[in-house]
Design a protein around this ligand. Sequence first.
Ligand SMILES: [Ca+2]
Length: 497
Amino acid sequence: MVRTPALLARTGAAVLAAAALLGAAALGSPAAPAHAAVTSSSGKWLWEGTGVTVANVKDGVSMPSLNRRNVYPTGKGVGIALIDTGVAPVPGLTSGNVAYGPDLSLDSQDPAKRYTDGFGHGTHLAGIISAKSSGLTGMAPGAKLFSIKVGASSGAVDVSQVMAAIDWTVAHKNDDPANPIRVMVLAYGTDGVQPADVDPLAFAVENAWRAGITVVVSGGNNGNSAKLLNPATDKYVIAVGAMDQNGTTTWSDDHVASFTSVGDSTRKIDFIAPGRSLISLRVPGSYIDVNYPGARVGTSYFLGSGSSQAAAVTGAVVADLLELFPSMTPDQMKKLLIYAAVHPDGSGDYTKTSVNTNGAIELLDIWWSYYFFSGNGSPPDFSAAKSVQSIPKGTGKGLLEGARGTVHISDGTTQLTGEADLFGPFSTSDWATASAAKTAWVGGSWMGHPLTGTGWEAGTGTTAWAGRAWSGRAWSGNTWSGRAWSSSSWQSVATGW
Ligand SMILES: [Ca+2]
């Protein structure tokens, strides 16, 4: 494929990016943040170098090239499920642009912690996606963000909670007819090496994919030679890594971030998206805010790096494209994004297609996606019929413990291991059958265990899925402090952001 130089999406970057940097100064003129080492497995919040604004990010994925054609997508009419540590009601996320699905996290038993984000990760991603405030406009500010909380204020979460959240999203994707959930952002992964064709977490994301939800999963932050985390290993979904804009306004030095996992011959990321030192919303007093004060930018913002942020960027771009092309299937979206991805340094070498075919790593690009899907440039056939992924479906009947890998939550004395969820014995075989049939959730119960209330409650300014007290042998009478958990499979904590 040869792309006409005159149409190069990444032409004219200097002027646009310079304007974007001015926007960064307006955020509070942050001093250059201290340089923190970006280590692959320290479990530290990552940031370094010059902060990258969301405006810079838009530039990095060629949004200005689209805007110059008078196309201004905002994700309007698209629901985005963010399965993460919750979303705090900080300025930018309180205009009705966020709805709160169930809180399935360990925080849910404390009404003061329910729904909100005591950790700080989910809100950072939510800002990138949906923020609407005077200081920050997200990548898809017209979309409706559904926060489905699974990570506690410590970041702790068991893989079974993530599976429940994915199932819930599939079951309730049309609850808001004006904003059906078409996108899922899952910046989570374990080091489980169970093959994706039997792994239950992989099966869960495949179910979401087949239900018409484009699932974006972060690949991990263990360095370029690392294999992908589970479920980014699943070949159906979109697996992303982080692009480093190198702290400059020019594109020629953009490259794959040193910390991002690229994968192995079994499964590599599909492309990269901006993900180094992004400036997004801060949650004062949250775990990362308290532990990494050097990442603060002014009083309202926070720096964060990782494939998590790249997943947020990608999910928002998917929502923008779905506003423009509402009938696209997840398979069409994936085919399009890979085809339209460009060489990150803007060198004009657009002959490479994707990491899956020849080892090249390319960058998410919304302008080329729009251009090709509109029928320009002699693109391949992007019809739904010609875009179907011919990948064997998983069974989901492998081990729950296999999905966890080495990561286990604990109450300080006992680890949650083996074929059991928080409430007792768990059969992946029974679950896989129910999940595929969309019957794993019945009312507020998942696989027979009452986890939530049974419907939406409209509060003051927000809408939330009702909570409920948990009962179960492991939970009653215990004070399950997040701090007591010995480890977390939350990507940021266990394996780097
Ligand atoms: Ca650059």
